[in-house]
Write a new protein. Structure first.
Length: 430
């Protein structure tokens, strides 16, 4: 089943709450006290909600063992990213699997990964249907009020937590009061849960390691921070487009556009892949070729599958189809190209990344920051116009006349021939 709009919001909120309940109950059993396992003070563990939404979008077509393995990859990737993000911005480590065999830096481990796979399998296979049916039992007006009330409360809780952590407000007393209200709600629910499993609660995560950040001045985008990742995205998008164009020329004998956007040779899929894999595997860039190959193969396959499902759901268009290639999964990915992702990961970290990273760091600091935001603005406009061109192309195929100003402008600048030249492999689907 596909879920959109209020359905996805409901699943996100429901799984965030259920994840909080599960974590709180498990901590109460283990530590004999209440432990608020969320990143915020309210009774929500948003990592669970985010994982459930990603699985619901990316794995709704998959069944059997593939659903299990897909759930493992999505959950583990999110847990790995969240662990490093928390360590970087909170300067703390909120969980540690170092004492469990087959762990990776204490952030993920094989036993927990298998557990997430089982949970993801049951959620996508049966849990989503149950939760959606419960949601549909409510009157429409009540459903809308409930969703927006929870979304607003969650947003206020997140904002209050951020402001209190950073101190970026002149009225910290008000934000602290708002934050305390959410904490009281969590405490009451947590106390009830703890009573059920024996003891009441008090503290947050028992494993907290204070981290020190070293501020480095004078070098632009040193390490693997925000500015470096943005520049790597553009580098990857450009190189990916050039690579695919040359590959099509060699294998198919024709030159064709492989760009994801209407302005410039940029492949968004490749750009995001390079940025994400660098951010995720930066600490392991010096590991063996075999490790990088396996990580690139599994992560690349999961990423490409998610992109295929996402673009089809959002744009109603299939941009690639591997149905004719052996060992494919729904035509969205195939074993050979998954191996290509693994090879690309090795080549990237061993050959390309060191050189590109040095070139980026040579940029003057002020120029680098201004150029970064200019590139971000350009790409946001580029993606917006590309979405308009694709949406209008689909409408024209269905005979929808141009009535709105954006439709008239799009028809004038991106007629069918131009769109088909930019996206030669795009196939409209129901």
């Amino acid at each position: 089943m596909q879920y959109i709009g209020y359905g996805l919001l409901w699943l996100f909120l429901a799984y965030s709450f259920l994840g909080w309940v599960l974590e709180t109950a498990a901590a109460a059993v283990k530590q004999k006290k209440f432990v608020n396992r969320g990143m915020i003070n309210g009774p929500f563990c948003i990592i669970y909600g985010t994982a459930a939404v990603l699985m619901s979008i990316g794995l709704h077509e998959v069944t059997g063992i593939w659903l299990f393995f897909g759930s493992v990859i999505y959950a583990v990737s999110l847990e790995w990213i969240a662990g490093h993000w928390i360590e970087k911005y909170y300067h703390e480590r909120w969980w540690d699997y170092s004492g469990i065999r087959w762990n990776l830096d204490g952030y993920i481990c094989l036993p927990m990964s298998l557990l997430w796979g089982v949970l993801g399998f049951f959620c996508v296979r049966w849990g989503n249907r149950i939760l959606i049916r419960l949601f549909d039992m409510l009157p429409v007006l009540l459903r809308n009020i409930l969703i927006w009330a929870l979304v607003v409360a969650l947003a206020v809780d997140v904002l209050a937590t951020y402001i209190l952590l950073t101190g970026k407000s002149g009225r910290l007393d008000r934000w602290e009061a708002a934050d305390n209200r959410f904490e009281q709600v969590s405490a009451r629910l947590g106390k009830w849960i703890s009573v059920q499993v024996e003891k009441r609660i008090h503290n947050a995560y028992h494993v907290v390691e204070q981290m020190e950040l070293e501020e480095v001045f004078g070098t632009f985008a040193e390490g693997c921070g925000f500015y470096k990742v943005v520049w790597l995205f553009f580098a990857g998008a450009f190189l990916g487009d050039i690579t695919e164009t040359i590959f099509c020329r060699i294998t198919a004998g024709v030159w064709m556009s492989r760009s994801s956007v209407v302005w410039g040779p940029f492949s968004i899929v490749w750009g995001l892949a390079i940025a994400l894999v660098t951010a995720m595997l930066y600490k392991y860039r010096n590991r063996s070729d075999g490790f990088l190959f396996l990580a690139g193969t599994f992560l690349g396959g999961a990423y490409e599958y998610f992109c295929s499902v996402f673009t089809e759901m959002v744009f109603g268009t299939v941009f690639w189809d591997y149905s004719e290639i052996p060992f494919n999964l729904g035509g969205r990915i195939n074993l050979l190209y998954c191996f290509f992702w693994g090879i690309a990961a090795v080549v990237w970290f061993k050959c390309c990344y060191p050189f590109i990273s040095r070139m980026i760091e040579r940029l003057p600091v002020i120029f680098g920051k201004v150029a970064t935001w200019a590139l971000i603005l350009f790409m946001c406009c580029n993606i917006t116009v590309s979405c308009m061109a694709l949406a209008r192309y689909g409408e024209r195929q269905e005979g929808v006349p141009a009535k709105e100003s954006w439709q008239v402008w799009t028809d004038a600048h991106f007629e069918d021939a131009r769109v088909e030249r930019i996206y030669p492999n795009a196939i409209l689907v129901e």
